[in-house]
Write a protein that binds this ligand. Structure first.
Ligand code: FES
Length: 105
């Protein structure tokens, strides 16, 4: 487990998504309801980059076929219509320390 600084708390507003580098991985940072969350950044349906998605009603939405995920734990809220089950996103621990957003990988 290693904590990586991935950005400044002040650089994101509610509903923002940011793809960041943490170590040798790219992950997605989500700000929702005043909290930060971190997940893998590729949709588990067809690998669409969720950094191009959006947050609505506390759900992370893939704009490609509208799969929805829970930003808090990466779980699937609803798969694309007719797609059957899809896997959850990976979810990572996040903390804010001295104004820095940190992710544990
Ligand atoms: S690629 Fe995300 S819903 Fe299809």
């Amino acid at each position: 487990m290693t904590w990586y600084k991935v950005g400044k708390e002040s650089s994101m507003k509610d509903g923002d998504l940011a793809k960041v580098k943490a170590g040798d991985r790219e992950i997605l940072i989500i700000k929702d309801g005043g909290n930060f969350y971190a997940t893998s950044h590729l949709c588990t349906h067809e690998d669409y980059d969720l950094a191009d998605g959006f947050v609505d009603d506390h759900q992370l939405i893939c704009p490609n076929h509208f799969a929805t995920f829970n930003p808090k734990d990466g779980s699937v809220i609803s798969p694309p219509e007719g797609a059957g089950d899809i896997s959850p996103l990976k979810s990572y621990k996040v903390k804010v320390e001295n104004g820095d957003v940190m992710v544990d990988l």
